[in-house]
Design a protein around this ligand. Sequence first.
Ligand code: GLN
Length: 619
Amino acid sequence: MKQSPPPVTALTIDWAQSKPPLLRFLCECHADYAAENAGAVANYIPELGKADPGHFGISLATLDGHVYEVGDTKVPFTIQSMSKPFVFALALDTLGAERVEGAIGVEPSGDPFNSIRLNAENHPFNAMVNAGAITCSGLIHAAKGDGAFEYIRQALGRFAGRELDVDEAVYASESATGDRNRAIAYLLRTNGVITENVPAVLDVYFRQCAILVAARDIAVMAATLANRGINPLTEEQVMTPYAIARTLSVMTSSGMYDYAGEWIYRIGIPAKSGVGGGILAALPARLGLGSYSPRLDKHGNSVRGIKVCEKLSSHYDLHMLNRSDDARHSIIADYNIGKNPSRRVRRPQEQEVLAKHFQEVRVIELVGTLSLSNVDYISRRLGGGPRPQFVIFDLRRVTATTRAGARLVAEAFQELAHLGVTVVLAGIKRGSREWTTIAEWTARLGNIRDFYLLDAAIEWAEDQIVYRYGGSIDFHETTELAEQPLLAGLTEQELADLTPLGTIRTYEPNEKIIAAGDDATSLFFLRSGVVHVTLPDGIRLATLTAGMAFGEMALLEPKRTADVLADMSATAFEVPIADFERFRTQHPRAGERIMRNLAQLLAERLIIANAKVDLLTSS
Ligand code: GLN
């Protein structure tokens, strides 16, 4: 018996049930590590001992502003030491790097978070241990006085994208029992590191540690660190990129206290933990992770949180030092105008000039990120081959420009200007992010032209070549029917018989001559001026100058498929199709010639179109 095929329903995907793979991965981590019960809830701050050890939440925020959440991601807990990086960044931006860096070191201490030891200069080792963090709170207090805590709370809220509250009970509990931190603070004052009123500074510090967050907030705060200080949800630039990069540096070397070396060796993601049970991990340019599980190991780091970070890093190979890139993919096409001219239909004398000087216009189409290595590779590729007069960079597929890339672009353009090569940019909208970055870096150069459409850029460069080698083109000069390639080979008598069938029309700049969708009832011979053919979606198909026919597809198609607009004032000779067809029957030899000319023009266009496709698929 023949087996029947499996029922079709078995192949149907239930979209409502499906999960993005990253969320599925986080769910699996959550399920796997929920069974992990090692470690103990911190109780040296008595109020913290009340936390439910079963709570477990994982949240991951992407830099495009998506937040994944699994488990108890909305359960509030105190931020504790995870406040330290944010207050450090705030201090850098508020008091200036010199002041902050003069007070607090950036070396790992190798000590636990609450160590009383200072460095050889009697300064805190770094801002991630309590001594450094209390110094940061002292610096903010020096700048803002009684408003210091509120200033910190607001700043942390901008990282989280929402207002954050304080757990008054945890604050009171730590304030009542925090003698070790008191000892550290007095030690700092006797060494002149803080000069403020110690109880007031400690009050700021204890309150900042008692700020309430949930795993979701931590993920967003981490993502803001990973995103050069721009909160991916609110898009606010919360701190300067300088402060963010320095904060991540200290998190890298000291974020996990006496486990920091091991952490960065194994996991390779800047991170910070808090005794409330939170872990924050920020992978620059990638993601922010926040986890909450109150049971801690002997270093004061959340046991489950560490496992989640380990798994995330190993499963997706995210160690930040394990990276590579291939600059050779940054050029998608590299050609000159010989095989790939603009869509502007050129007159014979222009064609001649361009055929001779095709190597003078080079077009390089780029893709991806303009980074240091990509721009370096592009500049070396440019050096190969004959020196052109114009280089057109098509940036339509460029998705980002790094600062190093932009600087190298500016330097490369400067070099080209020096060599007398004109740079033309295509594919970027004025005012877009990429345009602004490049404009900012190349502002000094002043010799860069930009066009939104690559074709317009190529056409402009071709014009320059034509002017340079062929003299100027007189657009107002009127051409005769005899000069029309579509009518090539017709006798004088045939042309004389055709002439009375047409009417001379004049058009204003921007006037629509043909509209897509209309009946194609006539064909046109352009006598003077310039017109262009565009598809209804705005894509320009061709630019035509005097001596060329348009609307000639009417000989094959009953409807117009594109718009034709006058670029400048233009005149054309319009012949109704019905009359033209009658002419063809009366002059069979001429009729055949015209159809052959048309076939030839179409074949030429096809060759160019194929070359364009070929360029993109072969490189
Ligand atoms: N408030 C806590 C303390 O100073 C913060 C410590 C931590 O989270 N590691 O002891």
